[in-house]
Each structure stands twice: as C-alpha cells, then as structure tokens.
Write a protein that binds this ligand. Structure first.
Ligand code: ADP
Ligand code: MG
Length: 722
C-alpha cells in the first residue's frame, strides 16, 4: 500500500506497533507528523574545534573528554543546577544545565568518556561556558561517515540512529518516490480506510508531501518547496553546514516562514473581519474634547497628542477602532483614554474603562470625575466591593444611560451589567486580562470602538505578532520635568545606609515605598515579610509614620490607606506587589524593592515606575541578598543601566526566550516547532506581509491555488478558539 502523509506512523516500514505507540505518545501519529519532528540542531563534525579557539556567542561542536559531572543547589532556591566539565588537549569548558533534559541524561557520562558537545558558547563571570548544549557519547552506534548530523530531542526508548533510519524511510517513500495512495482505496472501498476516505475534505489523499503555499508566494519570497524543505531538514546537504547551524538554510527558512505565516494569516483575518464590521460612526464635534483639553493643568506631550489624534481618527471611521496604545509607565495614557471617552460622549455614546485592580479603578474614577463632571459628563465606578444595593443602583444608571463613563474592574463584565449605548471600550493594563475578558466587555456593545492600553513595552518586533490584529500607537515621550530615576543595587549589609537616605528624603517632604515579594512569612523561602517588617520599622523609627498595604486586606482598607498616603498622612508605604499597577502618587520619590532578585524584569520596571512621577528627583533601590543567582544579578544590572522600557523588554526577551517572555500574555504564540521569534524576525516580517497580501488578492481564499491555505487557516482558527 502506498504511503500518504496521513498514514499512521506504525505502518511505516521499520516502526511497528510498539514504536508506533511510543511515537504517538510524543504527538507523532502519522507519517506526516513524523516528517515534522524537526531536529533541534545539527552537528557539523568536520568543524569540530578545540576548546582554546572558542569565542563567545559561537555555535560550535567540540570533541572532548568528560572530567567531572556534578549537581549543585542554586542560591537559596530549591532548584538544582548540573555541570558537566569537559576538556581536550587545549583547555577545559563547563557545560551548565538548569534542568535535566531527560531522566538518566547525566548518568550516561563517566569520567573520561569521549563526547561531542554542540551548542552556543556563552560567558559567565568572564569564563566561557556552554549552557544547555547537546552532549553525545562518541562511539557506539552512530554511523561515522555522516558529517552534518541532525540532532533530535533525545527520547527514552528511541535511539537517535533508529529515528534517523525511520525518517529516511519516510522520506524515501513520500518524497523521493511518492506514489498515489488513493489507488488502493479506490480498488477496495469496503476496507476500513473507507471511513477516512469519506472524512477527507478533499476526498483524495494527497500524493507525497503536498505544497501548502501558492506558487506566487514561493517565488516572491524565494521559498523552497515544502517537500524539498522537509527532506533537507532531515538530510541536510553537506555543503550548507554553517547555514544549518544558524537555522538559515533554504529548507529551514521555508519551514520557519510557513510557521509564522499561519499565525499571521490568522491575525490578518481577524483584522480583516473587524474592518467588515460597521461602527458607530462618530462625526466631527471636537469642541468638547478641546474644551476639556484646555482645562487640563498641563499641555499634552507631542506623543500624547499624536496618539489621541490617531484614536479620534479611528473613531470617525466606518469600522470599529481596534487600537493599542503602548507607552511606558507614567507617559500619560490615561489622559488619552479619557479624552477619547469625551469624544464618544459628545457623539451620544457611553464609554467603559476596565482596569485590573480596585485601587486603580478608584484612582481613575477620581481623576475622571474631577476632570469631566464640570462638563456635564457623568462618571460611575463599578467594582466588586460595592454592596448589592449600591451595585444595583449603578447597574440601573448604566442601563438607563444616565452615566456616560463607567470605570470598573472585572465587575464590568458580569451578566447583570448592560449598557444603554456603549460606543467605546477601553482596557487598561490589557496584559492583565485574558482575551475572553476583553471580548466580554466588547460584546456589551454593538461593534464598539476598542482601545487597549499597556505599560508593558514589548520589543517592537514582537509587538506586530502579539498585537498583530491591532493598530498600534506608541507614546514614547514622558511629560516634561521628570528627571530620570537613579537606580542602585545594594546588598543587605548596607541596609542602614539605605534607611538613612530614606529618612533624609522624608525630611525634605518626600515619601517612600518599600515593596516585598510575599505577604506572609514563609520559612522555606526565608523572605522578610511585609507585615513583620512593618512592625520592626515602626519600632526603629518611632518618629516616622508607616502604612501597610497587602493583598489580603479588604478593598475598603486598601483604598483608605492609598487615599491617606496620597494625602501625605504617611511617610512610607510598606507593601506587597499590589502596588505594582498604575498607582500614582507624585510626591513619592523612593522605591525600595526588597529581595529584588525575586522579581522579574518587567515587574521591577513596573514597580520602579511608581516613582519619578512628579518633579522630584527619584530613586529606586534594589535590595539584594548575597545568595544571588547569575540571572538575578544580571537583572539588577540592567535595571541600573536603563529606564527605557523597550530596552528592558528586549533584555527580558533575551534572558527568558520568547516562550517564557510571552507566557501568560499570549499562549499559542510560542508553540512553534522551528521558528524562533527572536532569531527569525526577518522571516516573521515577510510572513506577515505575505499574509496581508494573500487576503488582499483573495479575501475568501476561494481560488484553487489557495485551497490548502484556506484549510490551514480554518485549522488555525479552531486551534485558537479551542
Ligand atoms: P500611565 O501611562 O502609566 O497610565 P498616567 O496616565 O497614570 O500614566 O499618567 C501619569 C501622571 O502624569 C499622572 O499624574 C498624569 O496626571 C500626569 N500627566 C499625564 N500627561 C501629562 C502631561 N502631558 N504633562 C504633565 N503631566 C502629565
Ligand atoms: Mg496607567
């Protein structure tokens, strides 16, 4: 029987039921899946280098002998690190692992074993090392004439040699000598394959590996055919060794392009869908916006004006706005949002702003009320803490259209909330909400304009993918008169100096934050906890007034403390990370972050953004313990070097890789088999361009040459919905 990409992998010669089972558990059910089990790297055996010649950031292979294998505790955490020290006649180099690749990985190596190490050379404390390289025992099974060898993620029960063999079998039957798999079905439809025949949307199974992209796209972007790419990925041509190590061979480029293309096509289709919706067209009438703007105690920055103009322009269009305003903490996004709501109001529509915390909701509510009520715009606050009766009143007012701007938390998306004429939906700190929550609020109106805001900058290159279905305005300018925040990392032994400095600033009339990573004492983590520190500091500085704020407090209590802190009733606010988002007290100019090594870069950046919001010179102190991990130190150093959110985001991305970096923000963006959002940005840009092009020439993807594209788009959409 001729093979097809849909044939179950166990029917491939050399596999059988047992191995078939093992492969299925790894997500490889069909022969097509097997071909898409890509090597995680390559080993260029001719290029084996001696240790003394290695340079930082090279991707290389070396041959060496194992000198020592050990594991050690990392800092005070419970995580373990592993080290394999190897050497050749020219030197030694350490291979570091922060996790065990698979059970038994390190047990394979004995002192003096001959190994081949392939990976990227990095630098730690001035020493070269490999982090997470591939290490192979030399000898045993591998056929030594292969000089450019694909390396697959190692799997228990499947030797690399065996995997390469069955891969070669699949390539031989499907790519080198493809036959029509339908011939046998056609002969005998009574067989059990019959069912599959019926299920196949195209009735016939494709011969060999079908091309999924249209010919014009292959030509325009100089892409190899899919079948040739799949063959060469597994059987790389020798002469392209260096290209393979860098993931820049034609075969890899083709596969990476395609992976990006499906995602970008999905995003482009969403965008095209939005553009088909009819919006509440909001016409002219900028008088009120201008009046409110003129009543502000400050002029908008150039960047704010630009963003506002883009937003208002969108709102005048026939299709709903779908825009992201991205700008660093403190750049003044709120004002842009409020002025947009004024515009909606003067066109007779309600606006809703959803924020992630009660504190922030209160704050926006106050600012908005003060600014807008003089112009007859009614502002309401809707949070979970309202009593049932109060809530009912607010609900009624919203439904009756008596209030025009509604500021709230998740309480806004409850079933009971219905709007009279919701024309503008604003999501603040959008990364704190899921796609569902954002859409729920949107669905409270009929195709409302949609504005999302974020203070978590992400590298521009990623923005187009993470926010691929949105238009983006960037506010890259701070209000005038803010001096940059001075950031210093300080070890525990200098704590008294830090307190001394804090006192001095408080003496000048300023206020301080001290932030702790945890609420309650946790012996295991040995962290100073906010509550006990609060007691200690009160005792130590009886003349200063301290307040305590943490997540376990009732919302009313939190609100009261924030209000009093803003009113300067306290000198110093001791807090857990509830303070992180959006809080705005311009008189506070010192942020002391305890156990700064426990925080990620974006969180440190957010926390630091709580100061430097007024005209006073501001300071951020990163308190560190001595048992500091390599990464913790690196993060602190980045924070000292820059206050630019984009630069910090880039460092964060570098540090954690796109998977971790995007994490909560957008799952699904990181499920690429080969593509890498950092390494392959150029291809990402091409794929995005191609996605928009294809929808332009064939919006419904109806033409024959786009049938695979259409099928794949439907699959992608299902995947993102489910
Ligand atoms: P974010 O972008 O982080 O949400 P906010 O909107 O909270 O920033 O603004 C931070 C502070 O800057 C607020 O106190 C706000 O009133 C003030 N602000 C906003 N725009 C300007 C401006 N153009 N000039 C001076 N201060 C401004
Ligand atoms: Mg904000």
């Amino acid at each position: 029987m001729a093979l097809s990409i849909e044939t179950e992998v166990q029917y491939l010669k050399g596999v059988g039921p047992k191995l078939g089972d093992l492969l299925r558990r790894r997500g490889v059910s069909t022969v097509g899946d097997l071909l898409e089990w890509f090597p995680r790297g390559y080993e260029d055996r001719r290029a084996a280098r001696s240790i003394s010649t290695l340079e930082p950031n090279e991707l290389v292979s070396i041959q060496a002998q194992v000198i020592n294998v050990r594991s050690m505790q990392m800092g005070r955490s419970h995580r373990k690190m592993y080290e394999v020290l190897v050497g050749d006649s020219t030197g030694r180099i350490s291979c570091k692992y922060f996790r065990v690749p698979y059970k038994g990985y390190f047990e394979r190596f004995q002192v003096q074993s001959h190994v081949r190490v392939s990976g990227k050379v990095t630098v730690y404390r001035g020493m070269l090392q490999f982090s997470h390289p591939d290490i192979h025992l030399i000898g045993a099974e591998e056929d030594d004439q292969d000089e450019l060898l694909p390396l697959y993620t190692e799997t228990e029960g499947l030797r690399p040699g065996k995997l390469r063999k069955i891969m070669a079998q699949a390539i031989n039957e499907l790519i080198d000598h493809p036959q029509d798999p339908n011939a046998s079905f056609k002969k005998d439809l009574s067989q059990k394959e019959d069912a599959r025949w019926e299920r196949n949307p195209y009735k016939a199974l494709p011969i060999g590996v079908p091309e999924s992209l249209p010919q014009w796209m292959l030509e325009k972007y100089e892409l190899t055919s899919r079948s040739k790419a799949l063959k060469e990925i597994h059987q790389p041509p020798m002469e392209l060794g260096a290209k393979y190590l860098e993931f820049r061979s034609p075969a890899q480029k083709r596969i990476i392009f395609e992976e990006f293309f499906w995602l970008e096509l999905h995003l482009a289709a969403i965008k095209a869908g939005v553009q088909k919706e009819k919006a509440h067209k909001m016409t002219g009438r900028l008088e009120l916006v201008d009046q409110v703007r003129a009543s502000l105690p400050f002029a908008l920055t150039g960047a704010q004006s630009r963003a506002l103009a883009e937003v208002l322009e969108d709102m005048k269009r026939a299709h709903p706005m779908h825009r992201l305003v991205q700008g660093d903490v403190g750049c003044g996004k709120t004002m842009v949002a409020l002025l947009a709501s004024v515009f909606a109001n003067s066109n007779g529509f309600q606006s809703a702003i959803m924020v992630p915390t009660e504190i922030l909701a209160e704050q926006h509510f106050k600012n908005a009320t003060k600014l807008l009520e003089p112009f007859g715009i009614k502002v309401a606050l809707l949070t979970g803490q309202l009593k049932a009766k109060e809530k009912q009143i607010v609900h009624d007012e919203i439904a009756a259209g008596n209030v025009h701007l509604i500021v709230g938390t998740h309480a806004l998306i409850q079933k009971e909330v219905s709007f009279d004429r919701l024309g503008l939906v604003i999501i603040d700190e959008q990364h704190r909400f899921g796609v569902d929550q954002r859409n729920q609020l949107k669905s409270k109106g009929v195709s409302p304009h949609f504005l999302v805001m974020t203070a978590t900058p992400i590298p521009r290159t990623l923005a187009m993918t993470v926010y691929g279905d949105l238009d983006v305005s960037i506010i890259d300018e701070m209000p005038p008169g803010r001096s940059p925040i001075v950031t210093r990392k300080v070890f525990d032994s200098k704590r008294d100096k830090v307190y001394g400095f804090m006192r001095e600033q408080i003496g000048k009339g300023r206020q301080a934050y001290i932030v702790y990573p945890l609420v309650e004492e946790s012996e295991a983590m040995d962290l100073k906890d906010a509550v006990s520190e609060f007691d200690k500091l009160k005792f130590k500085f009886p003349d200063l007034r301290f307040a305590l704020l943490h997540g376990k407090m009732k919302p009313v209590e939190k609100e009261e403390i924030m209000r009093d802190f803003r009113a300067e009733k306290y000198h110093c606010l001791i807090s857990t990370t509830v303070i992180e988002v959006g809080v705005d007290v311009p008189n506070a100019n010192i942020m002391i972050i305890e156990h700064a090594e426990r925080f990620g870069l974006s969180q440190l950046h957010q926390l630091r953004g709580r100061v430097g919001r007024g005209e006073h010179k501001s300071y951020c102190v990163l308190m560190l313990s001595y048992a500091l991990s390599e990464e913790g130190r690196f993060r602190a150093e980045i924070m000292e070097q820059t206050t630019d959110g984009f630069k910090i985001a880039e460092a964060d991305l570098e540090l954690r890789g796109p998977g971790e970096f995007l994490g909560r923000r957008q799952s699904g963006l990181t499920g690429f088999k080969m593509a890498n959002l950092v390494r392959d940005v150029g291809l990402l840009q091409d794929a995005r361009k191609a996605a928009f092009e294809i929808l332009k020439v064939d919006p419904q993807l109806k033409s024959q040459e786009h049938q695979w594209v259409n099928k794949k788009l439907l699959e992608t959409q299902k995947q993102y919905l489910g």
